[in-house]
Design a protein around this ligand. Structure first.
Ligand code: G6Q
Length: 540
């Protein structure tokens, strides 16, 4: 593939950027109020208003041409066809198969994977139903009331985010906890008030070798056996989700409580696989199915909607526009929905682990920026902390603002306050307040320079009717495919993660060096050696 920066539309975009970069959104709207109706797109239950971006019709045409030149749709079709587009690991990338309805055919190496997906979904549904209605009991015959998911990264962020988002749909008689960190405080805090006789641990690990998860799983087994006084209790209190079935069996987990998935599902793309078992137990198989249908609706939208109306494509291209032409380093994601508090953390992994790459598909070091840093907090909380920088700081931070037209809370009047704030922030960020306006409003002269809010800060506003399972599915798929689009433009492998290896290897080397008793000679750099010595001396 040709280098991105040599493609004709890249040059045209650079020249176009130089022409329009200083045009204010106030001017763009004054000259073309129709943009509010034109720069919107709808699909899979989501409505995107992208009119408050620093773009014109020409920008959009050029970005769409860039997508064409970079073969985004061909790459998308290759993903949907099960081709091994994860080139560095020689794997297919088929999270879209996890939500394909029965009867759809998707082949990997000549075999249809969809029947297998549904076989696992059916087994999960049967297990979830038995846990929820009390037929699946613990070692002492008591009903399971607590579920503790032990997993990290892609085996944690999705389940926790989805549980929090869909809590109103969950079984309120049950408690759900999520343990990820190898810091023992995480496990201790999650279990300190739980009755072992009513607790089910789900060990979620694609590889079943991850240090944090295996350590916490061992801690869980010790905790359970100590509390219930019987090794045999393990079989009634552990379930596993993994692609490594021999590893699960070696740990002693009953194969009938084990749910598999496949190497063509990346960790950060796995919340709708068996990794979602805790989510399914919480909200029930039917709601989980509705979430999968939401994912699938967005998959179909991405696959079939024309480019100019294609939500993930547009969102991805706009991210490229700010990242590569305006030099924006970050993207803020602000869900105006308290239950989506963990969405920014989830999207952080999705974007930064997928597209935080420094070589292209041909192994050449890239000469352009790849993934922006993703961060965010729910509105309105963020307004009372970091929004000051968004409005008046020196950095350009494009933001996605996500809101819902109907509340799930019975406090409906508060919902208007929430949404008024979303609309107001997007308006203030775009249009700001001039010195002349301030003076007309009676601002004292000495304060005016400090109160001027420049505006011209871009936002995407994403609206949906309500935060239900289907909407959550389509929202996550929207971002999955936006990340895909960006990776395709940058010609990088969005589905590997070699960068996390080095730290893991070094930690493996240091663990025995911290060991109590013998303290082996240290052969790291001077700083690492000194830190280890300090720790050995001070740890008590
Ligand atoms: C995700 C990453 C990573 C992974 C965790 C957990 O795409 O590969 O976050 O999910 O390291 O791995 P296991 O599921 O194998 O324990």
């Amino acid at each position: 593939m040709t280098v991105l920066t040599t493609s004709p539309s890249w040059h045209q975009l650079a020249a176009h950027h130089a022409r329009i970069k200083d045009i204010h959104l106030r001017t763009l709207f004054a000259e073309d109020p129709g943009r509010a109706e034109r720069f919107v797109a709808e699909g899979a239950g989501l409505f995107l208003d992208y009119s408050k971006n620093r773009i014109t019709d020409e920008t959009l045409a050029l970005l769409l041409r860039l997508a064409e030149e970079r073969g985004v749709t061909a790459r998308r079709d290759a993903m949907f066809a099960g081709e091994k587009i994860n080139v560095t690991e020689r794997r297919a990338v088929l999270h879209i198969a996890l939500r394909a309805p029965r009867g759809v055919r998707i082949d990997v190496d000549g075999a249809d994977v969809v029947p297998d997906v549904h076989r696992v979904l059916d087994a999960m549904a049967a297990f979830a139903a038995r846990v929820r209605d009390g037929r699946f009991t613990g070692h002492t015959g008591r009903r399971i009331r607590n579920v503790v998911n032990i997993g990290i990264g892609g085996s944690y962020l999705g389940p926790e985010m989805a549980y929090r988002a869909l809590r109103p749909f969950s079984d309120r008689s049950m408690t759900f906890r999520f343990v990820a960190n190898v810091d023992g405080a995480d496990f201790t805090e999650a279990t300190h008030d739980l009755d072992a006789a009513e607790t089910l641990f789900i060990i979620s690990s694609k590889t079943f070798t991850t240090l944090e998860t295996m350590t916490n799983a061992a801690a869980a087994r010790t905790w359970l056996v100590q509390k219930l006084g019987a090794e045999a209790a393990v079989a009634r209190h552990f379930a596993a989700v993994s692609t490594n079935l021999p590893g699960v069996t070696a740990f002693g987990i009953d194969p009938t409580n084990t749910f598999g998935f496949w190497d063509w599902v990346g960790g950060r793309y796995s919340m709708d696989s068996a990794i979602g078992l805790a989510t399914m137990i919480a909200v029930g198989p039917e709601n989980f199915g509705a979430m999968l249908a939401g994912f699938h609706a967005m998959d179909e939208h991405f696959r079939t909607a024309p480019p100019a109306r294609n939500l993930p494509l547009l969102l991805g291209l706009l991210t490229v526009w700010y990242n590569n032409f305006f030099g924006a380093q970050t993207v803020g994601v602000m869900p105006y929905a308290a239950p989506l508090a963990r969405l920014p953390a989830y999207l952080q992994q999705l974007q930064m682990e997928s597209n935080g790459k420094h070589v292209d598909l041909d192994g050449r070091v890239v000469v352009y920026q790849t993934a922006p840093i993703i961060w965010g907090e729910p509105g309105t909380d963020g307004q009372h902390s970091f929004y000051q920088l968004l409005h008046q700081g020196t950095k350009l931070v494009p933001c996605d603002m996500i809101g819902f037209c109907r509340p799930l809370s019975p406090l409906a009047a508060q919902h208007d306050l929430l949404m008024a704030n979303l609309f107001a922030q997007a308006e203030a960020l775009a249009f700001g307040k001039t010195a002349a306006e301030l003076t007309a409003e009676g601002s004292p002269d000495f304060q005016t320079p400090f109160r001027v809010t420049e505006g011209n800060r871009p936002t995407n506003v994403i609206l949906a009717d309500t935060l239900d399972p289907a909407t959550l599915g389509s929202l996550v798929a929207l971002y999955e495919h936006s990340v895909f689009t960006q990776g395709a433009i940058w010609a990088i492998d969005s589905f590997d993660q070699w960068g996390v290896e080095l730290g893991k290897v070094l930690a493996g080397r240091i663990i025995p060096e911290l060991g109590h008793g013998a303290e082996p000679e240290l052969t790291h750099d001077a700083s690492t050696n000194a830190l280890i010595r300090h720790y050995r001396k001070r740890r008590g």
